[in-house]
Design a protein around this ligand. Structure first.
Ligand code: 13P
Length: 335
């Protein structure tokens, strides 16, 4: 099992973080269409290959989460995508859930699917070069939500997934995402996130998952995007730390936050403060999708052949977040 711990540490050591490039084709189509690029398999590959071959991959990105389509694609230089990522010094990973569907019994909530046939799919991904995996449970906050049913059933699915992944010698990323959408206060986010994470670990332990070979991917503690009372970045950092200290078992080697709709700078600044105040043994790093790719995607959409310019922007974001994962970022470094 220490093999799994080593993989987790290789991904997150020295301020390295994860590039979450595992957008489903539907999500990637939304992202591409938002910058007026047609969503073809070629364009999806071109953008991703541009990022995966950037020099910043070697210094800052410990792991890349891929989507099923991407892990099977061949680069313009005729390499397999996982080989490109490994050659850059990073670890290839794969999203293995099949998406969040309406939860029977609670129509305004979601349950993540993908357990059927998962053991066989994992073997295939392992053969393709994946060393870690991701599964995202999603929760919304309102007066009645998240319900006990959604907290229980998503934790159960995350635990069954994790046990199967470790059986196949890969590191599971456990991602319970409490969405930022809504009017809820930061206090409510804190309380619900704590309850959700505690339940996840209760189930992981029940399913005999080795916590030393797990990476937790949580949300930060934020007020809802429609809440009138926002809290300061310092408060975000302190509440996030308090929540994780209280709900994550100490065996877990690393925590890699999702960005969840925060702006690029906000996600970097909050991560930096979390690390400034970090008085735990957990590595606190990033597993960002939008907060690593947004500016690069916008620039690339103007001229999809400008590989170097796109990579420069991506390298800068990766560098800033790696500094933040060590508490060494400052606003002045952004220019
Ligand atoms: P964001 O950082 O854009 O929230 O994406 C992370 C992710 O992997 C969500 O599942």
């Amino acid at each position: 099992m220490s093999e799994l711990n080593n993989i987790a540490l290789k991904i997150l050591n020295n301020g390295k973080g994860i590039l979450a490039a595992d957008e489903s084709t539907a999500t990637m189509t939304k992202r591409l269409e938002s910058v007026k690029v047609q969503s073809t398999a070629e364009n999806r590959l071109l953008f991703r290959e541009t990022l995966f071959s950037a020099s910043g991959m070697t210094e800052y990105i410990g792991g890349v989460i891929l989507y099923d389509e991407t892990i099977k694609q061949i680069t313009s230089k005729k390499n397999k995508i996982p080989e490109l990522i490994s050659a850059m010094g990073s670890v290839p990973g794969i999203k293995v859930d099949t998406g969040a569907k309406v939860l029977a019994g609670s129509p305004n909530e979601k349950i993540t699917e993908g357990l059927d046939g998962l053991r066989e799919r994992l073997k295939d991904y392992y053969k393709l070069g994946a060393k870690f995996t991701k599964w995202r449970g999603v929760y919304n906050i309102s007066k009645e939500h998240p319900s006990k049913l959604s907290i229980q059933s998503n934790a159960h699915a995350l635990a069954r997934y994790s046990a199967l992944v470790q059986e196949c010698n890969m590191v599971p990323i456990v991602e319970p995402e409490v969405l930022m959408d809504g009017e809820h206060s930061a206090k409510e986010c804190y309380e619900k996130t704590s309850e959700i994470i505690k339940k996840c670990f209760e189930e992981l332990i029940l399913h005999k998952v080795d916590l030393r070979g797990v990476i937790l991917k949580p949300n930060m503690i934020l007020a809802g995007n429609k809440c009138k009372n926002k809290i300061s970045n310092e408060e975000v950092a302190k509440l996030t730390l308090k929540c994780l200290k209280d709900s994550v078992p100490s065996e877990v080697p690393g925590i890699a936050f999702l960005s969840g709709g925060q702006s690029e700078i906000e996600a970097t600044e909050n991560l930096n403060l979390i690390n400034k105040y970090n008085d735990t043994n957990f590595i606190m790093s990033y597993s960002y999708g939008r907060a690593l790719q947004q500016s690069a995607l916008k620039f690339w959409s103007q001229d999809t052949n400008n590989i170097e310019g796109t990579q420069k922007i991506f390298n800068q974001r990766a560098k800033m977040n790696t500094l933040a994962a060590q508490g060494k970022w400052s606003k002045e470094l952004e220019n």
